[in-house]
Ligand binder design. Structure first.
Ligand code: 5RP
Length: 219
């Protein structure tokens, strides 16, 4: 079973004709984009206007005939749908292992509702099982590699983000809360943002072998 597709299929049910929609980045978000393209082609949905969190997603959306606009043209958005790398019980996320964290955070903070879609391998007890991506300006990259030494930063090869920045993948020390780590990291000029999304997600649709379940943000 393609669990990413199952999560995307469930999320598509939340899309209404006329919506201004933010489209995420990554393999799970791409399943949603393909389903959306098919729904528009067969007339099941109409008048959807989208903005994309990456050039990669936009290229796919445009190839499927999905109307795409700049965020400026569409904001505020009705809904954003995107994947995640790690999700905890409080619906806090780590995102950005696909390199699109900055545009993702901007788009998702511009949406009235943000639905995360994922397979159940993304659920973690404590965020930071894997790396935390940090987007930094190229000018500061070498200096930040030294200043952030306690977080074991590794530059992500020659990767350049859609915003022209570079990514440092860091490790959150076992003994440190991720929010504290992010606050420390963000003190440094040159850090643009991190892949920690503490409050953005409204709900998550998680697909597993036993079916699809929803996590809702507790208010
Ligand atoms: C991209 C992201 C993705 O949403 C995240 O990496 C999940 O990707 P996938 O759906 O391929 O597992 O944050 O920057």
């Amino acid at each position: 079973m393609n669990l990413k597709l199952e999560a995307a299929r469930e999320a598509l049910k939340a899309v209404r004709s006329g919506d201004r929609l933010g489209l995420g980045t990554g393999s799970t978000a791409e399943e949603l984009v393909k389903l959306l393209g098919a729904a528009l082609a067969e007339g099941a949905l109409r008048d959807i206007r989208c903005t994309c969190t990456s050039q990669r997603t936009e290229a796919l959306a445009v190839s499927l005939g999905i109307p795409c606009f700049t965020l400026n043209e569409l904001a505020p958005l009705d809904l954003a749908i995107d994947g995640a790398d790690e999700i905890d019980a409080q619906l806090r996320l780590i995102k950005g292992r696909g390199g699109a964290l900055l545009r993702e955070k901007i788009v998702e903070q511009s949406a009235a509702r943000f639905i995360v879609i994922a397979d159940d391998s993304k659920i973690v007890e404590k965020l930071g099982v894997g790396v935390l991506p940090v987007e930094v300006t190229p000018f500061a990259c070498e200096v930040l590699l030294r200043k952030l030494a306690e977080f074991q930063p590794v530059q992500r090869g020659t990767f350049v983000t859609d915003e022209g920045n570079v990514i440092l993948d860091v490790r959150v020390p076992e003994t440190m809360d991720i929010a504290d780590a992010v606050a420390r990291i963000r003190e440094h000029a040159g850090v643009i943002d991190t892949g920690f999304f503490p409050t953005e997600a409204s709900e998550a649709i998680i697909a597993g072998a036993a079916g699809v379940r929803r996590l809702k943000r507790k208010t």
